[in-house]
Design a protein around this ligand. Sequence first.
Ligand code: NI
Length: 184
Amino acid sequence: MILPVYLYGSPVLRKRAEEIPEGYPGLKGIIESMFETMYHSDGIGLAAPQIGLSIRIFIVDASPVESDDESLKDFKRVFINPEIISYEGDNVIYNEGCLSIPGIREDVSRESKITIRYQDEHFEQHEEQFEGYPARIIQHEFDHLEGKLFTDKISLLRRRLLKSKLNEITRGKVEVKYKIKNPR
Ligand code: NI
């Protein structure tokens, strides 16, 4: 089911999401709906708070953009109860966007390499290292589970310049091609 994406200003985007116990009711359907919603909105990552659920799961599928970068090949995963256990490499700046903050893209600095421990959709434990673009996507989505958004990571000056645009999103005054949930 295609679900509406919660926008900047929605309280659920600012909460720390809850751990998911094995056997969580309806999880299979939630995962299916998350993929459908992400594909419908042309995203390559989506975290549960963005569909209004404060639980620790995010999904990624970079196949629509995999021709952009070799590292994106086969980068399709479900991350449940993820923990980033190490950050390595250099700080890299990249222009990011977010389905919950339509129409805004900003340069964000993040680590180039991470190791993440997580459970997949069958609750099997994994530990994987990612570099480059996948590491970027994971850090962005992981932040959603912590109640953080990429606009928290930009300079005060940039944030001030974006203030009126962000206020408009908070009032639901945006035009997008996907389903959205107005913050108010
Ligand atoms: Ni996002």
